[in-house]
Design a protein around this ligand. Structure first.
Ligand code: ATP
Ligand code: CA
Ligand code: CA
Length: 432
């Protein structure tokens, strides 16, 4: 059993969960990274380790509160983090140096919740058990792919864990890259799937929520393009093609290209720094709904609640961290980590627009392929369920992964062109 203790922010809607997630990550990541590096084995991809955490109050007395934490394939994720150029100490600092993360409840149909690390570098996303099982199943393919494709645009997974809290259920979660930078305003965000069915954010709701994530139809309505000149266009589309090939092979669908646009002329003048949370507006399909409180935990009985609250208040009041064994936080092999900035994240964390002559353009795009853990059969099941309810043709239009991927690539290729080229094409069309 492991002894831990630290401060938490008691105002957080569900800080117990966040606290346990951070504690588990801190412990398991430092545990793995403290060891000498070694080659991966087949067993590493299946590995899972279970930990039980006791909490102590300020007097060192054990409290009637503990939680269980499971760490999956720690060596694989250690290698993945190194591959993505993460510094282990930096990773731990971001996720654990401050006590709590920002949380945004996702009102999307998936039921996932998103937590941002204090510095906004990392996102913790709670995932469905089926997504969790699926990621473990495809971990080897994912690993091989990102090794072979250092510039992949797919979500970068840094860890896969599970937390089980008293009176609560099991919560699976991944740690991944936040595509958007902490230091730049994102003036517009789009979540693009290459489909038009239901892919419209109500324009009139933009006033209420100017930072909302817009969708395919909003993009087309604005006649926007990913403005890349010949060199970047080719690099970008080649990588999208390779990434989508993997997704097709693994029968994944429902993923999107997330695009955040920073307009260099507008810069940061709107001073949105204080509203950072609104820049990141998760929520998938139903992003127009307001964020909800976190409801991950089973509602405990009144008695349970009172007892837990008392215990937790004591932890907060004590405010005296019982540090992890210092020896476990050493990082003997930090030198192995080479910064590995991908081509698409090299322009101040993003990918700058270019003109037809490849000279720099006016925007920086922050982009990546997200939500790529939905296995085809899962969608089909949902669709059948909906069909049963409404007895009409489903609006989801769950086309098979192969066609999904092709439609996705076709859409992205179609919108990837410079202003100059778009205007030329328009003129050519007009003149017949
Ligand atoms: P659904 O399945 O209903 O689409 P979900 O809960 O699976 O939703 P995602 O599609 O993964 O959620 O993400 C929802 C939104 O969260 C995205 O549209 C985007 O605004 C934000 N988001 C997700 N992943 C990232 C990321 N890596 N970086 C920045 N923002 C992200
Ligand atoms: Ca999604
Ligand atoms: Ca999803």
């Amino acid at each position: 059993r492991v002894v831990v203790g630290t401060k938490v922010d008691q105002n957080h809607v569900n800080w117990v969960t966040a606290y346990n997630m951070l504690t588990g990550i801190r412990f398991t990541v430092s545990r793995t990274n403290a060891k000498m590096d070694r080659e991966l084995t087949d067993a590493d991809f299946k590995a899972r380790h279970k930990f039980s955490f006791d909490m102590y109050d300020s007097k060192g007395l054990i409290m009637n509160y503990d939680f269980k934490f499971k760490d999956y394939a720690p060596w694989v994720f250690r290698h993945l983090r190194a591959n993505f150029g993460l510094d282990p100490a930096d990773y731990l600092m971001s996720l654990t140096s401050k006590y709590i993360l920002s949380e945004l409840g996702s009102p999307g149909k998936s039921g996932s919740f998103f937590y941002f690390s204090r510095d906004y570098k990392y996102i913790i996303k709670t995932i469905h058990h089926a997504e969790h099982k699926f990621l473990r199943r495809i971990l080897r393919d994912y690993y091989d792919h990102v090794k072979a494709n250092p510039d992949t645009l797919l979500s970068q997974f840094y860890g896969l864990h599970r937390v089980k809290i008293p009176y609560g259920r099991k919560i699976h979660f991944v740690v991944m890259n936040n595509l958007f930078p902490p230091h730049r305003d994102i003036h517009r965000t789009f979540d693009l799937k290459g489909s038009t069915i239901g892919r419209d954010f109500k324009e009139e709701d933009l006033e209420k929520n100017p930072r909302a994530t817009l969708k395919d139809l909003n993009w087309l309505r604005r006649n926007l393009h990913l403005e890349f000149g010949p060199t970047k266009r080719k690099m970008f589309l080649d990588q999208i093609n390779k990434d989508v090939e993997l997704l097709k092979r693994l029968k994944i669908m429902d993923y999107s290209l997330l695009v955040g646009i920073h307009d260099l002329e507008r810069g940061n003048e709107e001073n949105l720094r204080d509203k950072t949370l609104q820049v990141f507006q998760p929520g998938g399909e139903n992003a127009e709904d307001p964020p909800q409180a976190n409801v991950l935990m089973r509602t405990p009985s009144k008695l349970e609640n009172a007892r837990k609250a008392k215990e937790l208040r004591q932890i907060i009041k004590s405010q005296k961290p019982i540090p992890l064994d210092q020896s476990t936080s050493r990082m003997p092999d930090e030198v192995e980590q080479k910064p590995n900035r991908s081509y698409f994240y090299a322009d101040d964390g993003g990918f700058r627009a270019t003109h037809e002559d490849d000279s720099p353009g006016e925007e920086i795009y922050y982009l990546g392929v997200i939500d790529c853990l939905t296995y085809y059969s899962l969608i089909k099941r949902t669709e059948h369920f909906l069909k049963g309810l409404t007895n009409t043709e489903s609006q989801i239009s769950a086309i098979p992964p192969h066609r999904y991927g092709e439609r996705f690539v076709r859409f992205i290729s179609g919108i990837t062109k410079t202003r100059e080229r778009a205007e030329l094409e328009k003129a050519a069309q007009a003149s017949g």
